[in-house]
Design a binder for this molecule. Sequence first.
Ligand code: ARG
Length: 574
Amino acid sequence: MTAVLKFKQAIANQLSKHTPCQPKDITTFMRPSKKQQGHISIALPKLNASLQDPTPHQDLVAWTQRIADNFEPNEFIESASADTTNLFFKFNQSEFTKQVLQQVYHDNKSYGWSHLPKPTASQRTVLIDYSSPNIAKPFHAGHLRSTIIGNFIRIIHEAVGYNVIGINYLGDWGKQYGLLAVGFEKYGDESKLISDPIHHLYQVYVQINADAKQDSEIDRRANEYFKKMEEGDPTALEQWSRFRDMSIKSYASIYERLNVKFDVYSGESQVNPYIQQAQDLLHQKNLLTRTNDGAYAVDLEQYKLGKVVVQRADGTSLYVTRDLASVLMRKQVYPFQKAIYVVGSEQSNYFKQMFQISNLMVDTKLDLQHVGFGRIKGMSTRKGTVVFLQDILDTAKERILEYMNANAEKSQIKDIDTIADQLGMSAILIQDMKSKRGKDYEFSWERMTDARGDTGVFLQYAHARACGIERKSGIEITPHVDFSILKEKEALDLIQSISTFPEVVENALQSLEPSTLVNYLFKLSHATSAASAFLRVKDMDTDTSKARMLLFWSARATLRNGLHLLGIKPIKKM
Ligand code: ARG
């Protein structure tokens, strides 16, 4: 149980003497107003609204007066009083401080989620489909967001104890591979392919696309080639699979740089064996209707989702057909209880349709969830509009290096290159996750690398600074300190901030909304720097030093855990 919950429980127990009350009914906590410092104030209308049975409280004022009159002190709450709008509980501050800091000390690397119930066997396996770029096409901003947000969703589930299967569902099938093959015959360069497959294949793809616009013969040959691929022609498949393997390999190194992991590189090409099965199921369940031009569609009008073509007139599959087949494949190969698709919000309607057809196809309500996000606007580097993820990462790093080189303290940093890369990555990640994911945002190099603004660079500085306090003071971290020493406003604010982290994690897991966590970390870091400006650790009497050191260590551990959930490696020295 978290420290906050223990205190809420203590209050709920008091209220329960008069009407049933749960800790969760206490919605306001530890946000004491200035004049009520040391008190938890609960606004009556709010309390009344959250109670299951508010009926006995027609006369709230009389009710709360009764609670105050019958109050019995305990280790957490010292006294109670009421006025016409609020109920006040004076809490035992040093007991609270002790509960919070000892919990951080004890849980350490799992502080924030150790209190959450472990998922039961019947809900344990969660499949997450994220990143999913298209081979030989640009890795666009949407793929970057899917990678970042998907990775967060993965880590937070893993932390809580879910068995996560992270799938990179590559766009690696379709007519464009026929085109790419024709293009490679004309423009392919083996050595360029080997040294940089992503760039080279993209170049070839752009060139042959331009040619195809002039010459319909190219299109015909591309179709022919793709048909050979679909028929399983070994030579056609060999080249395609070589392109695919090379692309995966070079993506993998970028993902590694980003600290992003997948369990499976799958893709549209891998679901072929299940396409027939999907079509048969749809047929058996009488879900297919023939369209005028001979294609097959599923009619979802009764769900207000229109008609969805699932098989072309020439028998070939579409994006949706392959997604339906992949649901069948995933059910069989990675039996999941829940599947999360992290894809831009422009595909929201598509996923509603696909999920509805899936449920009809297997005749069960599958737990499928689309986690959408808005667009990034204006993402460009000095080379122009962005096509490659690597350019974004390199530009971020360059900018940080420029800043660091201009900074007088640079000589102290040993591995400036690695640090700059990590800072650049943090800047990109935090910019991406700081606003609600559904919103569009404007990409800005200036804003994201500003060490004083609310940025990834700022969070990393805060972490490194806190590490510095530990290093410089040389004081041992111990959970047995005199907690009553921590009584300054800055200390109390920081303790309060640390105490709410578990609640923030719980909310972020619920909403799959990383911005909740990012904004919390900004507040925590501000509270930490306010406290560190005011509360010396070194050269104080031993008891004060020890108590403050534990406080700063706890703040740092909390920040580190938060960064970990966001997929960011905290920097210790910079
Ligand atoms: N490759 C697709 C795109 O770039 C995203 C795939 C998302 N996942 C899925 N199962 N449909 O738009």
